[in-house]
Design a protein around this ligand. Sequence first.
Ligand code: PAF
Length: 263
Amino acid sequence: MLAQMPRPHGFVPTMGALHAGHSSLVAAARAECKTVSASIFVNPLQFAPGEDLEKYPRDFEGDIAKLEELGLDLLFSPDTAEMYPPGFSTSVDVGEMGNTYEGAVRPTHFRGVATVVAKLLTIMQPDVLFLGQKDAQQTAVLRRLVRDLGFPVEVRIVPTVRDSEGLALSSRNAYLTPQEREAAPTLYAALTAMRLLLHQGMTKDAAVAQAKSILSPLAQLDYLDLVSAKTFEPLSALQVPAFLIGAARFGKTRLLDNLWITK
Ligand code: PAF
């Protein structure tokens, strides 16, 4: 069936609980490709024991309705046994890039992401893979996966969709209490302040220190940093392309955000 579908074929991998950020990925695929497919699979390999696999938001019926409205051509929604039958033991490790920042906090996470995306690319055989900029390190890891293993697919990064206060849309925003929800946009505010300060010539360390003061007292910061967009290694001064990245806990919910710096 896939072989007969008109090309180019754009593919949007997701874990469901779809929001406007996912819709923008499907819309970007629709604008560029003749066939648009998506997957919904809450991938157990990218959750460590004790993380939110069980309570990760799921809304299959709602997701189907949204994807139909967006004109999706094909949905792949396997169950765990189909993706990982008994005896499944192969994993894909992208090396050091998967061990820093999110990888330091979640040591098996990127191995799980790279493994499932390698398998999804093999099954779906798209020409173009659409990823959200919101998960900046994931985009770098998956670009590396595609390059190193020679998957014949182009990668497109689609800008983050934000709410009216600047909070990056994420399925995990659903976990925030009203008070945490009010505090959460300060992560984006800290990143935008840091970008301005760096462009004004401030050193990275001074910009990080000043940006931290913008965060809500409810935020427990994991990191704020400037990294190379290609290698995800920390940069001591502004060089492009780069990501300004941040992660913070608001109560029990860990949120990520970033800005892509191109000049
Ligand atoms: O970004 C996500 O939703 C997931 O990490 C992905 C890329 C679908 C792999 O499970």
